[in-house]
Design a protein around this ligand. Structure first.
Ligand code: DX5
Ligand code: ZN
Length: 224
């Protein structure tokens, strides 16, 4: 029986002109974390936000801030994001030549350390660090934009990582990001996800509370 997942709305799909309101609304609607997408225009073909926005969001919510760094040189900014109030800092394995050093640098600042994989990156790249991280993020779209379609082969990848986590002593949570919606959330939870990131499916819905509740409960219903 799958456990109940945490729901992390991605503010990438919020109205940035009313960001504080959007964060308060999803917090009131029952969100567990706030997911913040940092894009540098190099690692991904889009630009979003930096430490000042993380700091601003930190001031208006008690929820953990889950900061996803889609950056070529995350090491340069780890201190700033930690000081801004990130609870989780997640780096891409494709962007880190010295992944172990990067993860140590995050942990030294008492921030939880996450690693993430693009859809085309093999699970084997995690082998040496999987039991030392607090979060494993499976990208289920090519990162850079909200509103893309979930890549179905990622379900099998999620299952494989779940088995590796269960087989070891890892404290790591398994998070899935990209194209998560009410139609596929049940399958993703059953594959083993602990945390669902969702941007457009939550912020594009009529009622954030209903959508978050239905997404969280999706693993308890028959597969669609
Ligand atoms: C994509 C980002 C995601 C994005 C998800 O590069 O990492 O967090 O905001 O948005 P949806 O849920 O719309 O795919
Ligand atoms: Zn993200």
């Amino acid at each position: 029986m799958p456990s109940t997942p945490l729901i992390a709305p991605s503010i990438l799909s919020a109205d940035f002109g009313r960001l504080a309101e959007a964060v308060s609304q999803v917090e009131a609607a029952g969100a567990d974390w706030i997911h913040i997408d940092v894009m540098d225009g190099h690692f991904v073909p889009n630009l979003t936000v930096g430490p000042p926005i993380v700091e601003a969001v930190r001031k208006i919510t008690r929820l953990p801030l889950d900061v996803h760094l889609m950056m070529t040189n995350p090491d340069t900014f780890i201190g700033e994001f930690a000081d801004a109030g990130a609870d989780y800092l997640t780096v891409h394995v494709e962007a880190c030549s010295h992944l172990h050093r990067t993860l140590q640098s995050i942990k030294e600042r008492s921030v939880k350390a996450g690693v993430t994989l693009n859809p085309a990156t093999s699970v084997s790249t995690l082998e040496e660090v999987i039991h030392e991280v607090d979060l494993i993020l499976v990208m289920s779209v090519s990162p850079g934009f909200g509103g893309q379609t979930f890549i179905p082969s990622c379900l099998e990848k999620i299952s494989r990582i779940r088995h590796s986590l269960n087989a070891g002593t890892s404290p790591g949570l398994l998070e899935v990001d990209g194209g998560v919606n009410l139609q596929n959330a049940g399958s993703i939870i059953k594959a083993g996800a602990d945390v669902l990131v969702s941007g457009s499916a939550i912020f594009g819905s009529e009622n954030f509370s209903t959508t978050i509740q239905q997404m969280r409960a999706a693993g308890q219903t028959i597969n669609v």
